[in-house]
Write a protein that binds this ligand. Sequence first.
Ligand SMILES: *Cc1c(COP(=O)(O)O)cnc(C)c1O
Length: 227
Amino acid sequence: MDKATIDTAAARLDAIKAEMGNAARLAGRQLDETALIAVSKTRSAAEVIPLLDAGHRVFGENRVQEATDKWPSLRAAYPETQLHLIGQLQSNKAVEAVELFNVIHSVDRPSLVTALGKAMKQLKKAVPCFIQVNIGAEDQKGGCSIDELPDLLAAAENNAIPVAGLMCLPPASVEPSPFFALLAELAARHRLEGLSMGMSGDFTTAIMLGATHIRVGTALFGARQNP
Ligand SMILES: *Cc1c(COP(=O)(O)O)cnc(C)c1O
């Protein structure tokens, strides 16, 4: 099914859910074992509202400032909305991030762990976090190295940060399966349940390899102007 020829976001949402269901069935999993995060970065409120009206309530943003501008009014209108931060976070935005987001997917260094721990304590709000792993050991990518993961998990525990699982962005333009499988193995080794992996081009593969959260932008909303 070619989602590009489907002309509304709500119809694309249905098509994606059907693909998610097929992938889950093939893997002997249930559809509801994987949450679909609709990645609304760069999208206006007008683009997001049709998905909210279609009943979707889980959204992802990559920048604290953009989310702060966009979501408080939408959330007032659609109160059960869950917001996930999927982009790199600066430590000086930790308080804002903890205030606004329900889940943070991009925890990748000790200084950020410390800042988030302080922010959660100050705001008396425990926000589940994923540790982002630089699974392809790429220079330009965020995420901790595989070697750094045990220490970062220990730091999260020391700072009372609830760790939901691991997140990755595999290298572009190569087969993602080995990277998804490796992330799943790392999570199992550390007895973590959450696996945030899979985007528009590879979410069915990610579901078959155990994703609990997929992050889908383009396949829902169409191509971004400035990716
Ligand atoms: C933009 C983004 C996505 C969504 O990518 P698409 O290819 O548009 O589905 C997923 N994860 C992260 C971290 C992103 O920044």
